[in-house]
Structure formats: C-alpha cells, structure tokens
Ligand binder design. Sequence first.
Ligand SMILES: Cc1cc2nc3c(=O)[nH]c(=O)nc-3n(C[C@H](O)[C@H](O)[C@H](O)COP(=O)(O)OP(=O)(O)OC[C@H]3O[C@@H](n4cnc5c(N)ncnc54)[C@H](O)[C@@H]3O)c2cc1C
Length: 406
Amino acid sequence: MRNPAVLVVGGGPAGSVTAGLLSRRGHDVLLVDRSTFPRPKPCGECLNPGAVQLLRELGLLDAVEALSPARLEGWWIRTGPEVEAGGGFGDGSRYGLALRRSDLDATLLQWARVGGTQVIEDFQVTRVDTEGEENRPRVSFRDAEGRKGDCRPAYVIGADGLRSVVARSSGLVRRRPGTRKLSLTCHVIGEGPDPSRGHLYLTPRGVLGMAPLSSDGGCWNLSVVVDARKEGRRIAANPAAFHREFGGSVGVPWVSPPKTVAGPWASGPFDWPVRQANRGRIVLVGDAAGYYDPLTGQGIYRALRSAVMAEEAVDRALRSEFDWERHLERYGRAWARETTPSRRVQHGIEYIVRRQRLLRPLLKRAGRSEGSLTGLLRVTGDLARPRTLLRPAAWMPLVRGGTTRG
Ligand SMILES: Cc1cc2nc3c(=O)[nH]c(=O)nc-3n(C[C@H](O)[C@H](O)[C@H](O)COP(=O)(O)OP(=O)(O)OC[C@H]3O[C@@H](n4cnc5c(N)ncnc54)[C@H](O)[C@@H]3O)c2cc1C
C-alpha cells in the first residue's frame, strides 16, 4: 500500500466529488470504499433543487440526467388520507430529481476515476490515528483478501457516511445519537400517486417518504422512518413484513397494488453531531461531517457542498505546506457556520412533526393554498437561506390560509 497525498475514505457523493475535484487539479488521490459499486444505499433517493444546481455547476448534471431520473416539481405532505398540503419550489424553474443511488453513486465514482483518482473497492478502513509519523495520520485497513495493513497519507478525507470510522477514531464525534430513529427502504413497482412530486406521510407512528425513481413513474422508492425503541423488535422479526404493513397503513392511493422488487435496506440512528469537521490533517465531508435526520432530504446537497468546500481547502493546503493548518481550520469553521442555521430549521420541523396536534392544523391551513409551503420548501430545497423564514412574506400565506400559487 502506497502513501498517497490524499486518501479519501468512502465513495458516496461526498467522497467521489472531493476526490474527482482534487485529482482534476493534479493531486495524487486514492479513494477506498468497503463496498463494490454499484451498491444500493438506504436513501429517499431525491436530489433537492440545491443539489441539482450544484451538479450543474460541477458539470455533472448531464451525466446524471442521462440516467433518466424522475423530475420533482415539489412535495405533497400528508398526515393521513384526509389532511394534505402541496407546494412547489417557487417559480417552476427549479426542480429536484429522483433516481437510484446505485446509479447516481456509480456515475459520480466513475467521474472521479476519469479525473485521475485511483479507486480501490472492497477495502475497509478500520482506524485513523491522528498522531502519525512526520505529522501524517496513520490509517489502518483490511483489504479484500482480509489482509491488514496501514498507510500514511498526507491528508485523509473522511467521507465514510453515518457512523464514520474516521470521525469516531479521530475523536471528532461529539456524542452518541440522541434520537434513535431507524429507516427501511424498498423499491416497489406500481401505479402510484402524482409522480411529478415527492410524497411525505407524517403519521403518529412514523414517516413514509415516496418518490418515483424514473421518468416513467413505474418504480418508486418507499422509505419508512420510525422510532427504533417502539418498533425495533417488530422490524428485527421481519423487516420486509414491517415495511409492507407500515406502507399499507398510511393510505397511499395506489391505482394497482404495489410489488416490492428490491430491499429492504436498513439505516440509523441518524443523529451524529461532530465537534468540528477537521482535526490535524483529517477533514470530514458529507454525513461524516455531522448528520441529523433524513426527513428534509438535504443529505446529498450537503455531501456535494462539503466536497466543494473541502476540496478548495485541501488543494490550498497541498500547495502551501507551511500554511496547511490554517486552510483546514478555515474549512471547519465555514462548514459549521453554513450548516448550523439549516440544522436549526431541521430541529424545528422535527419538533412539529412529533406533535400531531400542532402539525395537523398547520397542514390543513397550508392545504388551502399551494404557496403556503413554498418558503419552507425553498429552504429545505437549499434554494434559500434559513433566515428567509424570518421574513413575514414566508409565513403570511400560512397565517392567511394562503393566497399565492407555488
Ligand atoms: C432513509 C433515508 C432517506 C434519505 N433520503 C434522502 C433524500 O431523499 N435526499 C437526500 O439528499 N438525502 C437523503 N438521505 C441522506 C443521504 O443518503 C446522505 O446524506 C448521503 O448519502 C451522504 O453521502 P455521503 O457521501 O456522505 O455518504 P454515503 O453515501 O453514506 O457514502 C459513504 C461511503 O463510505 C463507505 N464506507 C463506510 N465506512 C467505510 C470504511 N470504514 N471504509 C471504507 N469505506 C467505508 C460506504 O460503503 C459508502 O459507500 C437519506 C438518508 C436515509 C437514511
């Protein structure tokens, strides 16, 4: 095992885009992933409009659009069959996309490879020690044949998702998860509701998210998120049966009964805050840099955004060795500044969603007009900053029962 200038741990969107950008600048980048691609990833599989915009800026949107994703104009939100509200992302020029993560992630990884990143699959990092020889982190690993070893890259990018080994072993995780949510994701085929939007069912028992996975609307992602303390045993007994039963209980208006074709894939808990997104020569990106909850579907946007920010910092660090610490510290601070407000919005939404007495009247009111939810959907769609929610224009339609169209 050689000692690369940059070792990227994890080939999800955060890792592939960081690696692809750094290798395009001429740096020596090695990316390792414990899986072999294409691999499924438990996810609602929606790219919000902010993520679509970032892909466009990176020159990656054409490659993603070539995978025939479904186009999402907004969301329908329901507490059950009788209470529903819908909203778009604004003037209609912005849209989200939905597609299989196995396709998306393999495409982004291939983009990194083409840019010059060396990729090793089926390769698991087991530990990262911050104090290595010559000030380089020491990375321990197990390869596809089960052989153990270690290497000393100049910089390590921790892009290894939830429960990041890089974040945990370098002492960057702030605390263990406070909320114990668990998700189950399946792909189903069937003629479902409006395929031009995503669908969220917010019930007292948990959440069901639905999104069409291709432009023909024939295949859907169905992701269930519940409290592990209440439902954990039933899920462990038979995850597929639990997913079917929960999906059937919320009243999705299927035209024909849906058939599960892949999954279930489980994930959780989600709440993994970090102290900061850098330590020494280690930089965290994507979920590894702190995650809270999948409800607002912002994880891929954050993976891409952190990749862009981290790449700039690591590129500068590689070019000015005497000053590397300052560039990485700056990334850590900028990442915290950027994510703190939107995490507060997520906490606020989560608070309301847990209280049906608050949620149902709010949704009923929002349901009187499309425009009522647009301000919020633009923030969770990463098109507008969270502080725009403080403007009266963002919530007046909700107070009035709505007058504008979204
Ligand atoms: C139920 C659910 C629904 C979601 N819905 C949405 C949604 O609709 N929209 C959205 O934007 N986000 C959604 N998210 C969040 C989204 O999935 C993540 O935020 C996103 O995948 C983060 O990308 P990443 O590159 O940081 O990590 P990941 O995509 O998790 O990639 C991490 C990679 O690291 C590899 N890895 C892990 N450990 C090691 C190791 N020790 N050694 C080597 N490799 C390792 C893994 O194999 C994996 O390939 C959802 C999440 C869940 C759980």
